[in-house]
Design a binder for this molecule. Sequence first.
Ligand SMILES: Cc1cc2nc3c(=O)[nH]c(=O)nc-3n(C[C@H](O)[C@H](O)[C@H](O)COP(=O)(O)OP(=O)(O)OC[C@H]3O[C@@H](n4cnc5c(N)ncnc54)[C@H](O)[C@@H]3O)c2cc1C
Length: 422
Amino acid sequence: MADKVLVIGGGISGITAAVEAAEAGLETVIVEKNPYLGGRVSQLYKYFPKLCPPYCGLEINFRRIKQNPKISYFTLAEVESISGSEGDFTAQVRVNPRYVNEKCTNCGECAAACPAQRADDYNYGMKSTTAIYLPHDLAFPMRYVLDKSACGSGCQACADACAYGAIDLNMEPKTMEIKASSIVMATGWNPYDASRIENLGFGVIPNVITNVMMERLAAPNGPTKGRILRPSDGKEVKKIAFAQCAGSRDENNLPYCSAICCMASLKQATYLRDADAESTAEIFYIDLRAPGKYEDFLRRLQEDENVALTKGKVAKIEEDAATGDPVVTVEDVLGGGKIRKQFDLVVLAAGMEPAAKGVKMPMAVSFEGNGFVDGDGLAAGISVCGVARRPDDVSTSVQDATSAALACLQTSARALETAGGN
Ligand SMILES: Cc1cc2nc3c(=O)[nH]c(=O)nc-3n(C[C@H](O)[C@H](O)[C@H](O)COP(=O)(O)OP(=O)(O)OC[C@H]3O[C@@H](n4cnc5c(N)ncnc54)[C@H](O)[C@@H]3O)c2cc1C
């Protein structure tokens, strides 16, 4: 029997569960499908409500991982199957090739020599990278990775350019077996595909973007180096609108509230307001949800006379052909009638969808009606935490992950008791 915790997903929830369980004495292993740990949080520019960079918190956790021999992790990895039961699970894990080994010094010579390009998923396709790339400039692990699907046939320019023998174009996928006493599912979320919301113009009107794209647009390591420029012509954004509940609380899209979108838009309004004193922001909402400790943040925005909070559902967005400006039509809830207004950029506050939804999972998982994992429907010894379980902010996800670590300790205690009793 292995007294080990297998954590599926290396976002803030999975990392927290692993670190907390390891610091309480259990061995933990994180299996993450991306080439880096940190999940969606690593793509945020700032955290509400303190407006600090998420990387501060992530780096503390990365240090805890590096310093703790009880924690191991695999990136580019996925669990293919799980058998057994509480106290005695066996997982088959596939680790995909990175084509870059630990000799990599991040000198960047490989990327400089690479002739091929790929869409940069870290920046939600708003820029491209070379086929060999560093996922982002604070990536953990800090190592290049090759997207072989983007390479030209027979090309080995990166390997030829590497002075350290760090590139191995013949790396193969590996499958390994991990024994674990308990499992934590922390697979998180994906942004809702806003092109499915027919009336809001995403994917058709270039100056309509989503809230996750806005995080990258404002980030100094993003596609515009932190300048909020609109996609169609690179014009500096002065007048921004946010369309709340874009696809959310809507039976045709996501029937639920994603809990964080109001706070995310309030935060993103500060990105523009802090960058440009003349700028204006208008948030069109159905209900503004800033519960508990977040109310002070809402007040701060209410006090800014360049921020308008307008109760109204955005009914449609069109493009002004002459300027490329998005034109928003809103059902005015308080005043009655319709509002029509033109902006430089519109941000759709689209919701979070569970990453596990519609994906073949390695074990039996039951889902709630909204697609999030039903924790009560999991087998003994398996727990779920963070946004895999329900849409939430980081601090709640971290608390949830700490409870998952506690559940692992309880499994371990039960297993010890059984072993002692035998
Ligand atoms: C626009 C926007 C702004 C936000 N801003 C804030 C903010 O300022 N403050 C705040 O508190 N919250 C904010 N949030 C919410 C925050 O992003 C989430 O609370 C947080 O990402 C939850 O972390 P998680 O680890 O549960 O999920 P994720 O961050 O999604 O991490 C899950 C990880 O699991 C991996 N994974 C998925 N499936 C598998 C698999 N099958 N095998 C292996 N690995 C897998 C993923 O690659 C990922 O690394 C924001 C959300 C949005 C949409």
